[in-house]
Ligand binder design. Structure first.
Ligand code: FES
Length: 144
């Protein structure tokens, strides 16, 4: 019915989720190429502006993937990121944007197959929601 191809940004901690994404590739696990992985030193470094800018610049969905709870190299960076995600979900909802366009996950470097699952989960979720209204991108036709 729709040829909508979502744009999803995945902010991934270099110490865990980024390596898991890499492992998924090595394991040849398929996930949609609409997911763009951006490595960060720790998810605690991702501030509100970074996430909002991703949406402003065209992302239809964003997920943040950090180290497992208790495993963050900066102790609580991942927990801070989780709090920011919860807060931003509310901010997005108040702005009329479904807060589920943003999600937080926790991974170890060995969880390549889980990364691929998450990428698929988010792709399916965002595809079901359609384009972010903010992006003014109605269903894309085959032409462009
Ligand atoms: Fe990985 Fe903090 S070092 S989330």
């Amino acid at each position: 019915m729709s040829s909508f191809k979502p744009k999803i940004i995945a902010f991934c901690c270099y110490n865990c989720a980024y390596a898991a994404a890499d492992l998924a590739g090595t394991m040849r696990l398929q996930y949609d190429p609409c997911v763009s992985v951006i490595g960060v030193p720790c998810t605690g470094a991702i501030d509100l502006t970074t996430v909002l800018t991703a949406f402003e610049e065209g992302a239809d969905g964003v997920f943040i993937a950090g180290c497992l709870k208790g495993e963050c190299h900066y102790k609580v960076g991942n927990l801070r990121a989780l709090e920011r995600v919860k807060y931003l979900k509310r901010v997005l909802s108040e702005a009329g944007i479904d807060g589920d366009r943003l999600e937080m996950y926790f991974l170890s470097a060995a969880m390549g197959s889980r990364f691929a699952e998450i990428a698929k989960e988010m792709t399916d979720r965002i595809r079901g929601m359609g384009p972010l209204p903010l992006n003014g991108c109605p269903e894309e036709g085959e032409g462009k």
